[in-house]
Design a binder for this molecule. Sequence first.
Ligand code: GLN
Length: 248
Amino acid sequence: MKRILSIVLAAVMLCSTALVFTACGGASSEKKELHMATNAYFEPYEYYKGKEIVGIDAEIAKAICDKLGYELVIDDMEFDSIITAVTSGKADFGMAGMTVTEERKQSVDFTDSYTTATQVIIVSEKDSKVKNSDDLETATIGVQLGTTGDLYVSDLKKAKVERFNKGGDAVLALTQGKVDAVVIDNEPAKAFVKANKGIKILDEPFEKEDYAICLAKNSELTEKINGALKELKADGTIKKIVDKYING
Ligand code: GLN
């Protein structure tokens, strides 16, 4: 009797173990979420509306995930941490108004570009010592750490560069007179100027930059996202999202 019982028990245990394994295997083999690494202080591309992260990038990412059958999870972090999050596999992709650069291409792959931007200079409305880009040469300039703005001003030998974790902190320093100018992407610049009194954008854009999504090198996702992007461009979704946030 005892022996029969133990055989039955062993069989039950084996069965349930098998069940557990199947369940786990099933869950892990179909990945339901895609994690997007971003820095959500970059209106109109990604910013908080209450507790929710909204913006052009957030909406395009959502549209891509809908197409590919994934749930989008947005992970907010410092801009400077996004590439590491992607290369270490902590995030599936990075999307943060991120400019395609040769240097970044050494560590990540980029999708096709979904929009373009330029760097601009923000200064005080009154008595600014920076009146054009030449004046940057001898100014104290605020930038967001690790951005293309940072890269650009780092080439100016005589300029003093103050690096901040958030673009908003650089702008705050400008309003407090701690820096003479801020170099940052054009659309976030407009949002900052709108939100802060006494600052303006100089009418002197830099080179055009391409924004794209970054992924770990040779990720299978890159091709899938490019496919989704292509469709979203063709059917006017991308333009609709960009227009919603930029042109009203
Ligand atoms: N476009 C800039 C870059 O890629 C800034 C991006 C950002 O601050 N989110 O460096």
